[in-house]
Design a protein around this ligand. Sequence first.
Ligand code: GLU
Length: 267
Amino acid sequence: MKGTREMLQDARRIVAKVGTSTLTHATGKLNLSRIEILVRQLADLCNQGKDVVLVTSGAIVVGTSRVGLSGRPRTTREKQAMAAIGQGILMQVYEKLFAEYGCAVAQILLTKADIDNGKRYYNAVNTFNTLFEFKVIPIVNENDTVAVEEIEFGDNDTLSAHVAALVKADLLIILSDIDGLYTADPRSDKEAKLISLVPEITPEIEELASETGGDLGIGGMSTKITAAKVATGAGVPMIIANGENPTVIRKIIAGEEVGTLFLPPQG
Ligand code: GLU
């Protein structure tokens, strides 16, 4: 019988979420060599006949850098405008790189309102399924241009978990700037150990996330635990791994022991 990790080899439908810190340099410009590796990994999964969804962040930071706004946008309307600028830049790069590997992509922008509203949810499911039929890779982001506080996810970790549930994925991969969930904050505690497997999200696990969350981008570890609850609650296993080298995706799908794997409740 296959072990827990080896079972990931059978994942047929995979959602991969990549955060802003993985996709961009400190300048706010795109980290093209890393994106190229990421695209190659995902294109290869698609070539193997798997259904692949990419949930991408980065629109706001890239838009901000393109217009030369100093610091982060402060107001909602500034954020919305920066997202509108950056989203196009992101899609241009993805379209170009995926096309080099013979893969077609599509843009899907969602808000929480789309997930909460039965009819819009149903429409989104149909669109994803039709794209899968055509072997197209949907590239998803929050529709930041219209998302205001009341209707936004606010972070792509949570968005990616809802997308994984919506498409009934076999696996959600969250690539971040940390190797996974640790027993303590690895930046300050040398004894901190990576937790390889989380069979159940207990209050202790939630507590660890609040300690190691800190200032790791918008998401941090606590939104990743929220995402893990949504994904595993919908029966989708989730892995957090370090996106510094996106070939980690190949290792995950090969069943290698990388990152932290959260399992759906048994039963
Ligand atoms: N949707 C935001 C963007 O594209 C990112 C949100 C997040 O990083 O979680 O800039």
